[in-house]
Design a protein around this ligand. Structure first.
Ligand code: HEC
Length: 110
């Protein structure tokens, strides 16, 4: 009977993770959303402007944290105001998709 209980518990755990998987970041949606970012960060995630950061191959979770920090103005000073205005209009989903897109690009560009 404990087997049954564990089986039910396991099914419950699996069932509760499915919604999380179905909202996984979408690299293609991120690429589409990144059109505006390319002006400064390059189409391939390698910045064209000296002093602006490359994003290609960056750690995905770091990109999410950075974008959220610009959006809620926790990141300020230096050139951060440029990014604060860029991040203001991004939804949680946009941020996840953009992070997945840039993380998927080869770090050295192509
Ligand atoms: C007008 C130019 C410009 C545009 C457009 C722009 N960025 Fe930026 N971005 C910058 C600059 C400048 C910085 C460095 C800011 C600082 O000093 O904190 C930056 C920083 C970042 C960082 C942090 C990088 C790091 O290593 O910490 C991320 C992530 C980022 N941008 C993502 C984006 C995304 C995604 C978009 C499109 C929605 C975008 N940027 C659009 C200029 C731009």
């Amino acid at each position: 009977m404990s087997f049954k209980r564990y089986t039910i518990a396991a099914l419950f755990v699996l069932g509760s993770t499915v919604p999380a998987l179905s909202v996984a970041a979408d690299v293609e949606a991120g690429e589409a959303r990144a059109a505006v970012c390319a002006a400064c960060h390059g189409k391939n995630g390698i910045a064209q402007i000296p002093g602006y950061p490359n994003l290609a191959g960056q750690n995905e979770q770091y990109l999410v944290s950075a974008l959220k920090a610009y959006k809620n103005k926790q990141r300020s000073g230096g050139n951060a105001t440029i990014m604060q205005s860029q991040a203001t209009g991004l939804s949680e989903e946009d941020i996840a998709n953009l992070a997945a897109f840039y993380a998927s690009l080869p770090a050295g560009g192509k």
